[in-house]
Design a protein around this ligand. Sequence first.
Ligand code: DGY
Length: 321
Amino acid sequence: MRILLTRPLHEFAVREMRKRHLVEVHAGRSPMSKKLLISRIADKEGLLCYPYDRIDKEVIEAGANLKAISTYSVGYDHIDIKAASRRGIVISYTPEVLTDATADHTMALMLDLFRRVSDGDKMIRRGRWTTILGPYDFLGTDLHGKTLGIFGMGRIGMAVAKRARGFEMRIIYHNRKRVPSTLERRLDARYVSLDELFRKSDVVSIHAPHSAGTNDMVGMSLLKKMKKASFLVNTARGRIINENDLASALKSGTIAGAALDVFREEPLSIHSPLIKLENVILTPHIGSATSETRREMAEIAVKNLLLSLSGKKPIYQVRAG
Ligand code: DGY
């Protein structure tokens, strides 16, 4: 069968696919344009794509022979799942393997916000460390003893909770469904309403999937509920936050700071209002970017695709609805 790979992937993974299939790889470092994607997908049975590829209804319709779509990501909001499922296309993704890497990155961002690691680095590089710091200079905030509000208690939310307990934080969470009480006890996490989550947390960390229901959900009305000294962290999807509202909240001191790994449009434009703000830490969507994790993701994405193309169940299947 014919497979389209929208971006180069680990050599071992491409080799595996080439053992039994014809693989076309879109070379280069920028994502395929929609026009190119539509023209290349027409004769393919399999598609291995990335979160940057918009696999909408039009693309799916253009792939008249498509049997399987495998995304190299845990998120699948870039795929029109309904349109693909109506066509009987099997959709698969790569959860679990990136849970720990993403949770680690979340903690790195949180620690940076509280302890001003990036700030300190910038200060030195800009030549502004000119005197020995006194007892009131360059103060951060204690992380231990603070309340972490987890929005979205799925795999990654739980992995963050586990780590945060090690830092002696208090954990509250909000989720569509409350998690079983045994898990709550194990994580030492208390279920609260969305309103309470934003009011009580010293730092809110977002781990919900992006959907029509969460799109733009974190806007001014939730941000205004937060404490003035609190922080917001997002390693999930940029579209969950209204970025203009967040920029205003950061500028006006409604909240103290934010750390973002994901954005509404990626790469983030240099003209984004977030860029000029000193109280926001920005990383380029690297939550899962460790060599170990990315390799495991490649292995699973390929296994998923090959299983689906041979009529078997992939390891991780996305179901419509
Ligand atoms: C994912 O897998 O969805 C992460 O955001 C990395 O792309």
